[in-house]
Design a protein around this ligand. Structure first.
Ligand code: DAH
Length: 338
């Protein structure tokens, strides 16, 4: 029996050397140490061993079994370790490789120009006001001295939602909303989106305006000129020529359109300024007493000026952009330039 047990040990060792997979090794365990395995069948012969030798044989069988079992565990552990090493090697990260660049978004040129303009007026003590884009006819027109059926409404083609609800055609309704809530002094600018059914190289159905309103005791047309001249020189440079031209808006009296010297030809006359040498840049005027009446301000006590400007127009002149549609096409080659 001793010989059988020693042979078992040698055979198992021999087979283990040739086995490389977990399955093959488990099969060896089953073959030699399993319930129906070689060891069991050897031990069946224990009955034929002389009684005095039986304890020694039993002991030897146990030793062989334990040794083989340990040996198998060790081989399995070795395989697991080398598998893990292989995996680690495969997943190795070279931390010295340069990283991938992160594609970083930028602010839209319209946002940049709006922020710049708001910043200039904030430095003059104006605060920011906002109003809804879907607006009541009352705020967009009526309270601004543009009664229903009044011809001045033709100045602004309009997207109507219902008879009394529309997409605001300008930011001027914010003036009314602010004055309804607040007593003078009032000094606000209102940036935001406005809508008109127009679309061509210089008109977009959605565009941006910034409204300004300054109401207090003793505000004069001189304040209007001073403030707007300061603002335009900030945006277009100290050398820019500015002129105030009489105009008409229903909500201001008197009204003025403000022009700057053409930034393309410096006033010589070109295609952009229609040979006039001047570019119309914003509308303005002294707040009409009818508007004050609508919000319950006493026009004997208070005066004020207001203005409204198109952000796209300023951005186009500032950056030399010739087509307003570029702002909404989301072409990164365009947007990345700012
Ligand atoms: N709301 C006018 C427009 O969209 C612009 C404007 C002109 C605003 C004169 C004003 C103003 O506040 O005083 O055409």
């Amino acid at each position: 029996m001793r010989g059988q047990l020693e042979k078992l040990q040698r055979d198992a060792e021999e087979e283990l050397r040739g086995a490389v997979t977990d399955e093959a090794i488990q099969a060896i365990r089953t073959k030699y140490l399993g319930r129906k395995g070689v060891l069991t069948s050897i031990l069946r012969g224990l009955g034929g061993v002389a009684p005095e030798e039986r304890p020694a044989m039993g002991q030897l069988a146990n030793q062989v079994k334990d040794a083989l079992s340990l040996r198998i565990d060790a081989v399995l552990a070795g395989i697991a370790a080398s598998k893990k090493d292989g995996k680690l090697l495969q997943e190795r990260v070279d931390v010295t490789l340069p990283g991938r660049g992160i594609a970083c978004g930028k602010l839209h040129p319209i946002t940049l120009v709006m922020q710049e303009i708001c910043g200039i007026f904030a430095s003059l003590g104006f605060s920011i006001a906002e109003g809804p884009e879907v607006e009541l006819d009352y705020y967009n027109f009526e309270a601004l001295n543009m009664a229903k059926d009044h011809p001045s409404r033709d100045m602004q083609a309009t997207f109507y939602v219902t008879e009394n609800l529309l997409l605001r055609t300008h930011t001027s309704p914010v003036q009314i909303r602010v004055m309804e809530k607040q007593k003078p002094p009032v000094r606000v600018i209102a940036p935001g989106k406005v809508y008109r059914p127009d679309a061509d190289i210089s008109h977009s159905p959605m565009f941006h305006q910034i409204e300004g309103l300054y109401v207090d005791k003793g505000v004069t047309f001189g304040d209007l000129k001073g403030t707007l001249t300061f603002f335009l020189k900030h945006v277009f440079g100290d050398e820019i020529g500015v002129r105030f031209r009489p105009s008409f808006f229903p909500f201001t009296e008197p009204s003025a359109e403000v022009d700057i010297r053409c930034v393309m030809c410096s006033g010589k006359g070109c295609r952009v300024c229609g040979q006039s040498g001047w570019l119309e840049i914003l509308g303005s005027g002294m707040v009409d007493p009818e508007v004050f009446k609508a919000v319950g301000y006493d026009s004997e006590e208070y005066t004020g000026f207001a203005f409204g400007l198109g952000v796209e127009r300023i951005a186009m002149l500032r950056y030399g952009i010739s087509d307003i549609r570029l702002f909404t096409e989301n072409d990164r080659r365009f947007l990345e330039q700012f």
